[in-house]
Design a protein around this ligand. Structure first.
Ligand code: TUI
Length: 302
């Protein structure tokens, strides 16, 4: 099997997750320069910001990088055109079905790698021309599906003939090897990069991730249909409590409105939404991205 590094022409078979409000052009360039595939995450941006971040990234690296389009974003249509105009080589998508964009992205020569949370969508997108899929299990931070990485990756591998990239619950060399054994050709990581020197989140957010044990995440929005994994704090505990009591969507929205931005930019660890996956319990220190990638790959032969 060809590994992802060979497929993408990069050093390591690792994609940096396109974390909303976190994955800036500068951060994506750092991850690409460290030998992975950096991604600019559109979540929290508008069209002009995305263009600016792409230009910054192009200045900071001569290595390939991609853009992640969060499909629940109201400006997803605009982002879909920007990646074509800017000749972005790799596009990943999340939080929905990118079917309506596939034809024009393929015509533009873009490698399209959607995130899927279930085998059925992987099969559907393979038929529409997806070049690979990222099978993301619910150990991940942020918006998640129902299946775990352990069950999702082999089932996606069995349902498609394109390369599968594993995501969710991967933060060290053991999980990297396990992902390859499950049939993946590489991995996407997010949470372990929250503990990187280059990650542009507030220090309070980094400290909270380092302090967190593996059992310190909670899923908000399960009842409302938009499950999001975050660190436990007074906001997320209260959200889940009100949700169980039957609070309506409008009331719950008051908790989350702007809460990711409060965590990322202001370091508000009490009422901010600190998205993180279950590997938070493995993040013990702040290291350069290059050291994190090297460690992840230290037990595999590339
Ligand atoms: O997209 C993510 N993770 C994210 S997006 C995000 S921004 C946000 N903030 C607040 C609320 C909601 C989102 C934070 N984290 N990961 C990729 C991912 N995609 N996980 C799950 C899915 C997914 C779910 C359903 C992909 C496809 C899908 O298909 C449904 C359909 O329409 O077939």
């Amino acid at each position: 099997m060809k590994y992802l590094n060979e497929i993408l022409g990069i050093k390591y078979p690792i994609i940096q997750g396109g974390m909303a409000n976190i994955a800036t052009g500068t951060f994506a360039a750092a991850c690409s320069n460290a030998g992975g595939l950096g991604l600019i995450g559109c979540g929290g941006m508008n069209a002009d910001m995305l263009k600016d971040e792409i230009h910054k990234c192009k200045e900071l690296t001569d290595k390939p990088f991609g853009v992640n389009i969060m499909l629940m974003h109201p400006q997803a249509d605009e982002f879909a055109q920007i990646v074509i105009d800017e000749k972005i080589p790799v596009v990943t998508t999340g939080a929905g079905n990118p079917g309506k964009y596939m034809e024009k992205w393929k015509a533009a020569g873009i490698k399209v790698i959607p995130v899927v949370a279930a085998p059925i969508l992987a099969k559907h997108l393979e038929a529409l021309g997806a070049d690979a899929v990222i099978a993301e299990g619910c150990e991940s931070g942020g918006h998640i599906g129902e299946m775990t990485t352990m069950t999702l990756v082999p089932q996606v591998c069995d349902s498609v003939n394109i390369p599968v990239i594993a995501a969710g619950g991967i933060a060290d060399k053991r999980q990297m090897k396990a992902a390859l054994i499950l049939g993946a050709c590489g991995v996407q990581v997010g949470t372990c990069l929250l503990g990187s020197v280059e990650c542009p989140i507030h220090d309070n957010y980094k400290e909270a991730v380092i302090k967190a044990k593996g059992s310190d995440t909670i899923v908000t929005g399960r009842i409302g249909g938009t499950p999001v994994r975050v660190l436990k704090n007074s906001m997320s505990r209260e959200y889940v409590k009100r949700e169980k009591e039957g609070a309506d969507k409008m009331e719950l929205e008051k908790f989350t409105l702007g809460s990711l931005r409060r965590a990322v930019f202001e370091g508000d660890t009490k009422t901010g939404s600190l998205m993180a996956g279950q590997t938070c319990g493995q993040v013990k220190e702040i290291r350069p991205v290059a050291a994190i990638f090297e460690d992840l790959c230290s037990d595999i032969e590339l």
